[in-house]
Design a protein around this ligand. Structure first.
Ligand SMILES: [Ca+2]
Ligand SMILES: [Ca+2]
Length: 75
């Protein structure tokens, strides 16, 4: 069970430069990324994560996009 608070902290962990969105650079710079990805999502690589979660295809994942996609998986 993932709460919104946990999602926010996951998002903050992934957003290494704290600009409010997760880019491919953030994903590569994130510490413990593979563990986070495998435990919280079904994606196996940063590229796959970005493709799966970037619903408006602007090259970065916002908190709303992350939440939307994770909610789809959970429910
Ligand atoms: Ca960022
Ligand atoms: Ca996006």
């Amino acid at each position: 069970m993932t709460t919104e608070q946990e999602l926010q902290s996951l998002f903050n962990t992934l957003d290494t430069d704290q600009d409010g969105k997760i880019s491919i650079n953030d994903l590569f710079l994130s510490p413990g990324l593979s563990a986070i990805i495998s435990s919280e999502t079904n994606s196996t690589s940063p590229q796959e994560l970005l493709v799966n979660y970037d619903s408006d295809k602007d090259g970065s994942i916002t908190f709303e996009e992350l939440m939307l996609q994770l909610r789809k998986q959970i429910i």
